[in-house]
Design a binder for this molecule. Structure first.
Ligand code: SF4
Ligand code: SF4
Length: 452
């Protein structure tokens, strides 16, 4: 175990509100109907391989990966496929999903266990790919892609992210406390897949029980070190975590692999253990259901595909003062417009928030207090970026570094005017990306013309 000075400039210290830190994970009943969007990950949506009327088993592939940056989707219940079509999705628009009606039997496919010690790195990655693994912290990037860096980018360190710096969320904390052996075995497998001999687990110092437990358990893994991190939001962002734990800076526009690091979430490591050792795909996940407008906040293990309303009902329902239901944490999560959306692989939290905890969505005048500038952990000037986006000046937004924005929400949290800065910057980033793509295409066209 160790500690390092890991303060970074910017960032904020929101009230932690970890209401469920001491609550053991409760298993939720399986839903009557499960909804499986084919897009639960970054990359190409999966392609359905079942039809209406088919009977499916728990653990069966119901949609296959479409290309390398994609993952398969597995049914989390047994039953009949009753619909394939567009259904509400956490992203705020309808997306194709496969709906399975539960037959109540929970019949499962036969899993094929394996001893990771006898597997090659390629065999490990194949099992991870087959398990449909994605970053379970919410990023949902396919795990096998992260574990397949190009040969010119060798990796020397694996980091497990146990920071869980978002207020309210305790799902990772409980996972570290309740599944430490699976987590460490999963990390060992990830290190083997990458041929790496240095593993670091970063955990914010507000979780001393997890630091102590994993530190003790890690004694049998000489290459894995557990490190307590300064409590500062967004300590769990990949770039800040890497800087805190290794001192390495990921340059703007570059990836962790450019500084020889791969970062995975602690819950993803448990899923790696399940997929590689037990042969089990992602079928459920731990979720923190919390916020001051949830009657009985809890950590629950819910089947993928369970509608939000069933999860919230399991936790006593919403209080009358609820203003917003958010998927994820209050800083980076997404407000939901219907509770019919399903739990997906990246759902780390479901929060019910009262009006006083909700950012204003109506545009407000900037009072030029510069608190957003002081709080930005990426050294950006959010107020000027908002001005550039409002003026549709995409070149200026690019020059001001909008693409370096990690959408952490520190600026919006600190803003005296309660301005919806992150929403504005998200839309601005999309426009700047479009501008860049057009510019690159035009440059390529001119180069090809010049060659003729
Ligand atoms: S500008 Fe982006 S990176 Fe900076 S504080 Fe705001 S959301 Fe975070
Ligand atoms: S924190 Fe808000 S009000 Fe203050 S300068 Fe930034 S955008 Fe303007």
């Amino acid at each position: 175990m160790g500690t390092k000075p890991q303060k970074f400039s910017g960032g904020v210290h929101p009230h932690e509100h970890k209401l469920t830190a001491a609550q053991a994970i409760e298993n939720m009943p399986a839903p009557a109907r499960a909804i499986f969007p084919v897009s639960q990950h970054i990359g190409a949506p999966a392609r359905p391989v079942v039809a209406i009327g088919d009977h499916v088993l728990r653990g069966q592939v119901i949609a296959e990966a479409c290309g390398f940056v994609s993952v398969p989707i597995h049914s989390s219940i047994s039953g009949e496929v009753v619909a394939i079509g567009d259904f509400p999705h956490l992203l705020g628009r309808p997306i194709m999903a496969i709906v399975v009606e539960n037959d109540g039997k929970d019949e499962e496919v036969e899993y094929t266990p394996a001893n990771p010690a006898t597997l090659t790195p390629d065999q490990i990655k194949k099992r991870i790919t087959a398990g449909g693994l994605v970053g379970m912290g919410g990023a949902t990037f396919p795990t096998h892609v992260k574990l397949s860096p190009p040969p010119e980018k060798p990796i020397d360190t694996v980091i497990l992210n146990g920071a869980e710096c978002e207020p309210f969320l305790t799902a990772d904390h409980r996972t570290m406390l309740e599944m430490p052996d699976d987590l460490l075995a999963g990390m060992d497998i990830i290190m083997k897949a990458l041929g790496v001999t240095r593993g670091l687990i970063g955990i914010e110092n507000n979780k001393p029980d997890a630091i102590a437990l994993l530190g003790k358990k890690a004694e049998k893994y000489p290459n894995i070190e557990v490190i307590g991190l300064h409590v500062q939001y967004p300590q769990g962002s990949e770039k800040h975590l890497i800087k805190s734990l290794t001192g390495r800076e990921v340059p703007p526009g570059k990836l962790p692999m450019d500084v020889k690091v791969v970062v995975q979430n602690v819950t993803t490591a448990v899923m790696v253990y399940n997929a590689v050792t037990l042969g089990k795909p992602v079928m459920d996940r731990v979720i923190t259901v919390s916020g001051f407008s949830i009657k009985n906040p809890k950590n629950v293990r819910a089947r993928i595909g369970t509608p939000f309303y069933e999860v919230i009902d399991f936790c006593g329902g919403l209080k009358d003062d609820v203003s917003k239901v958010v998927a994820g944490g209050p800083m980076m999560g997404m407000a939901q417009f219907t509770l019919s959306v399903p739990v997906i692989k990246g759902t780390s939290g479901i929060l019910g928030l009262p009006p006083q905890m909700v950012q204003d969505v109506a545009p407000r005048a900037c009072v030029r207090c510069a608190r957003c500038v002081d709080s930005c952990p990426m050294g950006l000037m959010p107020n000027e970026l908002v001005d550039a986006v409002d003026a549709k000046d995409w070149e200026k937004a690019e020059q001001l570094g909008i693409l370096s924005c990690i959408e952490c929400g520190s600026c919006a949290y600190a803003c005296l005017g309660k301005r919806p800065i992150v929403q504005v910057l998200k839309s601005g980033k999309a426009e700047v990306m479009k501008m860049r793509q057009k510019r690159d295409a035009e440059k390529k066209r001119l180069e090809e013309e010049a060659k003729k």
